[in-house]
Design a protein around this ligand. Structure first.
Ligand code: DX5
Ligand code: ZN
Length: 219
């Protein structure tokens, strides 16, 4: 039985209580903490940066799954590595040289993720696929929580799963955006290993984080 991992996105958390919200995620059984970093340039929204991540680090030992929706990204990788990120995920469109950015993340001893927007094809990362730890498949256009899941990405997840199994690559498939109780089973069956969820984890069942995480894991 595949172990389902849940990486709740703090984008849907109460930003005035982020430390306590992270404690609640830990108590609720989160496997990773998904930290959405947005710069108002690569995506039309602005969230948090290294100083906040550095301050949140002391609240939990759970790995920080940092999703960098920033461009340019290469020059900032060191800042996020030093702030306490455990996984650093970048978008191929945000770097001049994906190979160099992937190896820079690894140089800091961090796990490396590459994120594919709904319209970005697998071929943009295929040359690096054997060097990366995570492929983050966006099932919404990045920038905001609470958007509707885009079912057209299911084929991309299935394709990635086929490539992974055929070549015995080690990367995890993480899916991000609009994940809820009615589509999570379908996403897992398509080949996802890790589900990102903000709205469902923080808002369903009157915000009962533990119940929501357990329900997503039981799919
Ligand atoms: C969107 C972010 C997602 C988003 C997920 O740009 O990358 O992680 O916060 O939030 P929900 O689960 O509400 O779609
Ligand atoms: Zn994200």
């Amino acid at each position: 039985m595949k172990k389902i991992q849940i990486s709740p996105s703090i984008l849907s958390a109460d930003f005035s209580q982020l430390g306590n919200e992270i404690k609640k995620l830990e108590e609720g059984g989160a496997d990773l903490i998904h930290v959405d970093v947005m710069d108002g340039h690569f995506v039309p929204n602005l969230t948090i940066g290294p100083p906040v991540i550095k301050n949140l680090r002391k609240y939990t030992k759970i790995p920080f799954d940092v999703h960098l929706m920033i461009s340019p990204v290469h020059e900032y990788i060191e800042n996020y590595a030093n702030a306490g990120a455990d996984i650093i995920t970048i978008h191929p469109e945000a770097t001049k040289n994906l190979k160099e950015s992937v190896s820079l993340i690894k140089k800091f001893g961090k796990k490396v993720g590459v994120s594919l927007n709904p319209k970005t094809e697998i071929k943009t990362l295929i040359d690096e696929i054997n060097n990366i730890d995570l492929v983050l498949v966006m099932s919404v256009n990045p920038g905001f929580g609470g958007q509707k899941f885009m079912p057209e990405v299911l084929d991309k997840i299935k394709e990635l799963k086929k490539i992974k199994d055929k070549n015995q690559y080690h990367f995890d498939i993480e899916v991000d955006g609009g994940i809820n109780f009615s589509n999570s089973k379908m996403v897992l069956e398509a080949g996802a290993d890790i589900l990102v969820s903000g709205t469902t984890v923080f808002k369903e069942n009157n915000g009962d984080i533990k119940t929501n995480i357990e329900k997503l894991k039981s799919m």
